[in-house]
Design a protein. Sequence first.
Length: 573
Amino acid sequence: MATMVVDDPLSLRCVFSDGSRAEFGLAGLPNPRLARDLAVGLVELIHPHGSADSAGTVDAYAGALRAMVRALAEQGFAGGASELRRGQLAQFWMAGPIRLEALTRALVEGFARSGGNLGDGVLELAAGRHFNLQPNRRALPPYPEVEWERLITACREVVNESYAAHRRAMAALPQGRHPAEFGWTWENFCWLLARLGPVATPVFARAIGVTHGVFHNRRPPAFYDALRAVFPHLDVVIAYRLLFGIYSGIVPDGIADLGVDDIDWAGDSTVLLSYVKRRTAAESLNLPRPAVRLLEQWLTHSSLLRGLVAPVDRDRLWLGLSYVGKPFLIREIDRVGIQRWVHRHGLLGTDGQPLKIHRARIRTTHHAMRDKKTWTGNARATIDPNHTPAVEGDHYLSATTATQRHAVETVIEDAQHDLLRRAHPPTVIAEEDAAALVDGYPQLIAAMNIDDDTIRDLVGGARDVFTAACADQLSGMHGPVGKPCPARPWVCLLCPLAVFAPRHAVNLLRLKAFFSRQWQQMPAAHFMAVFGPYAARIDQILGRFAPAELAAAASKVGDTDAEIPLRPEELTA
């Protein structure tokens, strides 16, 4: 049964993607015609037509529908959606509040998508700029590195200690015996719990042949230690889920609703995890290696409990007990439970107060802290494909640490200097004498701050490198000051310290032939990224030489790698 509008009485019946159903009554409103038209529009917003895929979301739309019908009825409106006018809707929406305007605009747009007719300009008004603009929400900043490390450390300690205790309990099972006959030891309690499963304390007491009162009065610590070791409880599940969010960066509601069937193992160390954001369609993520290892550990940690619960609960990934000594499974972990976890483990922020855990902020920090070496492919696929680039930039890319901002600014400055170097015309000496250099390039002389001795060395060849003469090789931009410049031969083509003379034409042509050989063996995109700027620059330089000089130099070019000082990895043969 698909989502549909029921006329008698007027209501909306929904079926969501997880199989759950809900019905929302719309009868008794003062304008049934408008209520039905807006209900038809609401159908277009619900799965599978739209992104609304939970009872809570649809209930919010239904409440906005009722408020709109009542408000317009008070103004004397008794028609359907097709009779609504721009001024009437503008008055209603300007009265706000923000949430009511946003929801009812969507209802009007949904009615139009369903094939309903609207008055002139009504759809444009509904789809246009809101009157009640949502206040600017500051993007959640990443956790400071100190707080981030404290959170990771706290989660790891809980996870590691609980898993170590669980492994000891599993190893002790073969040595365990029935506590009623062989004593109330930790090993015997583990043995019996592994057979009974998660039962209430009175049931466990009867299993060992005593009354609940006797067992409760003695309160054997070994029993509660065994119970915590054999089955994962709320404290442990919270730590696992927080740590999984830290490692994977998946949205909080996606983590909460994961099932075992959502895990697609592609080999021994690769996992493709499918998850659902409540307002969107299914998404997937190839998990980082730390998240895969944590997931493997959790499945092992919870495997015993998974085999002892009812079949309907076995597919839930985050399976655990809510209380020690009670057989209640965890149904939901809310913010209150997480903050209690913070207090129990003494997790403090930089202000000395208990750290406030915001799971969406964990996701932001994950992306802010991720090393650039692992940032491959399209980042939108792992941030949020439902966001516009502007929202992603505001919420993720702009939320950086001071160290990351400095690194980004350094990259920008280097890129700007590189663009300036490329825009600077190449320095080519048309005739080899110092007077021509000074007369022809006064701006160059001033910019390079060179004296007469340096000019004579440049012209005479005393400062030659492979493709040019260098104004100051000890002040190169590609190595430490005071040390010879370590740049590769083609880097000189874009260096403002390089001066090209006719005597360099042979090596320049040899370098151009090297570019041609690289072009033939490299993908075009790769070549342009590595050699593109230099290949374009060399044509500018050679274009300033006389054709006769180039023709004479070309006869000395053999088109082999041996003519150029290359490293082994740069050879073309």
